[in-house]
Design a binder for this molecule. Structure first.
Ligand code: NAD
Length: 473
């Protein structure tokens, strides 16, 4: 782990094994942080926050450091992607594009570090009144296993741009890319003062919980499941610590009869079978107009049948392994439970009969909104299909889950597209492509999909505190 500028073991020397899910082999063992380790990291983070090297650093200099971090990330992107693929099961191509996206996020916020402005406020009388936006402080970043490095960089970048200090904790299944990235950043000597950025590895139940409830932590950013979000928020509430939560999703692609079916079919496959469906923003539901139902289902099945499934580092593979055997069991169990309530498997439906946590791309038609397959996040390569007749029915079904992250709308009718965008109950809508996001656009969920905003200028609000100053002249 990287604590107070040193590479260290856990205080009790405990370690956990890290596997390659495509082979089941142990590829590393990493420390399991204790509560004492969390205390030490939080103390070091506070010291770094208040040290003049960071506190008084010219904001433009923070930006230059972030640019150097981006450059180092691009430079090592291929070796980091290889490691990510080995540890998570995803394809090398996916891992590489994610890591480059993480580097781009660092660049984006590098340019923001000296543009975090307050305001002057017209108040009555001979007074000057203004606001300062000051760093939130010590921030804890609890990261999931599905995009291990990219999601860490997504919140590390704005936190550093705003002048906060960072303690990042990867998921215990996938700690290697974040550790290795921190190592190359450390070795490149980009100019980050000691302790500004730290990485703790270990379990959510011990290290994650201790970070969320620590009185020395000023903000907690979690990307994870809904129950974890609830636990983190409850824990953070003990100290009234603010949280940003990016949680689950149950995205729908709503396809109207005037859509371009060829593009739609490709994007629908990408939206649910990329990363073997282990995505919060997966388009796991296809809502399709009755008239084009059969043609689109056929096009989707034909498209994904062309995707070779196999180890992420093998040439030509389009869908890698799931992250862990245990996770695959969970997906298959949820699929079997849902099928008891109806639905017909028209493609896949099974584990692959080979070593590793592989699963077939699966398409289930005739899934009613009452079915758990329609309501629950499976977090695997399972697409449900539900037909609709009218725009109103499509909208009602799209909104009929506890989640509200990303939904897609497929139509060439401009009025219909914008009406849907207005009325969908979710943080993000994409029209005629799926899924899509950029560092400069908000990544945000409504309802059970989360609290707060990642990416974009809006994310910086979380990492700064507003102070109002009044001056009697
Ligand atoms: P998870 O909730 O199991 O774990 C996420 C992180 O939280 C891990 O680092 C884990 O160690 C930690 N954690 C677990 N229990 C904790 C606790 N009690 N206190 C503090 N920390 C704890 O999630 P996962 O299985 O790694 O990832 C899958 C979930 O993440 C899915 O639900 C997915 O939708 C969600 N996700 C959301 C987004 C988004 O941006 N909205 C992005 C990716 C993943």
């Amino acid at each position: 782990m990287w604590v107070a500028g040193e590479w260290c073991a856990a205080s009790d020397d405990a370690t956990g094994e890290v596997l390659n899910p495509a082979t089941g082999e142990t590829i590393a063992s990493v420390p399991r942080a204790t509560i004492a380790d969390v205390d030490r990291a939080v103390d070091a983070s506070r010291t770094a926050l208040n040290a003049p090297e960071w506190k008084a650093m010219d904001p433009a200099q923070r930006g230059r450091i972030l640019n150097k971090m981006a450059a180092v990330t691009y430079q090592h992107a291929k070796s980091l992607a290889k490691l990510e693929s080995e540890n998570n099961g995803k394809t090398f191509r996916e891992a590489l594009s994610e890591i480059r996206y993480g580097a781009w996020t660092l660049e984006y916020y590098a340019g923001m570090s000296d543009k975090i402005e307050g305001s002057t406020i017209p108040v009555p009388g001979p007074r000057l009144n203004y606001t300062l936006r000051q760093p939130l402080g010590v921030t804890a970043h609890i990261v999931p296993w599905n995009f291990p490095l990219q999601l860490a960089l997504r919140s590390i970048a704005p936190a550093l741009a705003a002048g906060c200090t960072v303690i990042a904790k990867p998921a215990s299944w996938t700690p290697l890319s974040l550790l290795s990235w921190a190592r190359v950043i450390d070795e490149a000597d980009v100019g980050l003062p000691t302790g500004v950025l730290q990485v703790l590895t270990g379990s959510g139940a011990i290290a994650g919980d201790a970070l969320a409830g620590h009185p020395g932590v000023d903000g907690v950013v979690l990307t994870g499941g809904v129950p974890t979000g609830q636990a983190v928020m409850a824990k953070a509430s003990e100290n009234l610590t603010p949280v940003t939560l990016e949680l689950g999703g149950k995205g729908a692609n709503v396809v109207f009869s005037d859509a371009n079916l060829r593009y739609a079919a490709k994007a629908i496959c990408f939206g649910i079978f990329m990363n073997a469906g282990q995505m919060c923003w997966a388009g796991s539901r296809l809502l399709v107009h009755h008239d084009i139902h059969d043609a689109l289902v056929e096009a989707v099945c034909a498209e994904v049948s062309k995707w070779p499934v196999g180890p992420g580092l093998e040439d030509g593979v389009r869908m890698g392994s799931l992250v862990h055997q245990r996770h695959r069991e969970d997906v298959l169990e949820k699929l079997a439970r849902g099928l008891k309530d109806g639905g017909k498997v028209v493609l896949g439906g099974n584990a692959l009969d080979r070593e590793g946590a592989f699963m077939e791309a699966t398409v289930v038609t005739g899934v009613l909104p009452t079915n758990s397959l329609f309501q629950e996040e499976l977090f695997g390569p399972v697409l449900t299909v539900t037909p609709f007749e009218t725009d109103e029915e499509a909208l009602k079904m799209a909104n009929d889950t506890p989640f509200g992250l990303l939904n897609g709308v497929w139509t060439n009718d401009l009025g219909r597209a914008h009406r849907m965008a207005r009325d969908l109950e979710c943080g993000m809508v994409s029209i005629n492509e799926y899924p899509i996001t950029f560092p400069q656009t908000a990544f945000t969920g409504w309802k059970h999909s989360g609290i707060g905003v990642e990416q974009s200028q809006d994310a910086l609000r979380f990492y700064t505190k507003v102070k109002n100053v009044n001056v009697k002249l």
